[in-house]
Design a protein around this ligand. Structure first.
Ligand SMILES: Cc1cc2nc3c(=O)[nH]c(=O)nc-3n(C[C@H](O)[C@H](O)[C@H](O)COP(=O)(O)O)c2cc1C
Length: 192
């Protein structure tokens, strides 16, 4: 059994990104994997300040005052699979998703590659345009960290504006199901 941690980087708790992540996680759980969804809403993350303390200290920590980031790093380091979900904001990821990626990414790289060979998946909610750019940007985090990325039947996004609307995007929801199935398959193979 593998462990998967998913981050919903929307400022809206239980919104469209959460719905998409939960659909993929349901398939992982059905295959016997342990899943956890962390929602960043209500606890914004600061961006990286380039203080380089993580490079000097090598203690797996970001030196900024505690805003939850170090807990997220440990969750990622302990997991076999990492999902990062973000809505599309001006054709890009949210500032919380970027802060998570920049800070957890730098801490990971400066500490011997904390996420190496874990399985990664990006999940994106979008009203109309920009989702592929968000998907690509999040995948940059996975690839520079030597992670492995499963595919799905489409790029991993679902269409909706108001909370819940994404559930009506039949193809988007099907994509999440296939993504969850493929991530579960890969994790099972890797842990064999
Ligand atoms: C500040 C802001 C910027 C947005 N920019 C875009 C955009 O560039 N393209 C788009 O299709 N939707 C855009 N949206 C809509 C959201 O991506 C969409 O409502 C999404 O479903 C929200 O997901 P959530 O419920 O998980 O927060 C934007 C919404 C906000 C609040």
């Amino acid at each position: 059994m593998a462990k998967v941690v998913a981050f919903n980087c929307s400022p809206r708790k239980d919104g469209n990104t959460a719905i998409l992540l939960k659909a993929a996680l349901a398939e992982l759980a059905a295959a016997g994997h342990e899943t956890e969804l962390l929602q960043l809403a209500g606890r914004p993350l600061r961006g990286c300040t380039a203080c380089m303390a993580c490079a000097r200290n090598k203690d797996r920590k970001c030196a900024q005052p505690d805003d939850g980031l170090n807990g997220y790093v440990e969750k990622m380091a302990a997991a076999d699979g990492i999902m990062i979900g973000s809505p599309t904001y001006f054709a890009d990821m949210t500032s919380d998703a970027k802060a998570l990626i920049d800070r957890a990414g730098y801490v990971g790289l400066q500490n011997g590659g904390l996420y190496r060979r874990k399985v990664g998946a990006a999940v994106v909610a979008v009203r109309r345009g920009g989702a592929v750019h968000v998907f690509d940007s999040i995948n940059h985090f996975f690839t520079i960290n030597q992670m492995v990325i499963p595919g799905a039947s489409y790029w991993n996004f679902g269409v909706g504006r108001n909370i819940g609307e994404v559930s009506g995007d039949e193809e988007g929801m099907r994509t999440m199901k296939v993504l969850g199935e493929n991530m579960a398959w890969l994790l099972t193979k890797l842990s064999a």
